[in-house]
Design a protein around this ligand. Sequence first.
Ligand SMILES: [Zn+2]
Length: 199
Amino acid sequence: MARIDHAVSSGTFSLDGETFDVDNNIWVIGDDTECVVIDAPHSVDDIMAVVGDRKVKAILLTHAHDDHCRVAPALRERVVAPIMLHPADKPVWELTHTDELWDLDLADGTEIEVAGTTLRVLHTPGHAPGAVCFYAPELGCVFTGDTLFHGGPGATGRSFSDADLIVESIRTQLFALPDDTVVHTGHGDDTTIAAERVE
Ligand SMILES: [Zn+2]
């Protein structure tokens, strides 16, 4: 039976010449033997504290801002698992990682199996061109990265983002999910699709 484990990792986010302190959520979905990791922010040790001695099947990135992908290559080396990213985020990835790439491309509709459950990729461009959400129908939740937060859409003021597109992505992809779907975000508290529909 798949479960969700969670930790918060602290570090910085840099873009367009500015740097901010941020707390990032790390989400780990799996059972006692295998798991996948959603986002690889600041510290491999913070992630491994949640993973334990389980086999990591994949490192899934919601997008390639540095506070979500900085330690992805180091984690890959530690656990020997593929990094998966939507290829539209290549220019964003290259701001952080100039000499190495991810391993497998995500696309809208990609399905990832772990611990007998399925994560389905929803391409939700706007916050970043390759931003995706991972919908877990059997777990009744969606992992939204920085596309949808408790209280509204993610930021779109910086390079590679698009305010109209994020609203369109949320409307067509996320608001199509059942009302009681729990939203696990990239930063901060959980919410639900119903609560954000009202916002
Ligand atoms: Zn971001």
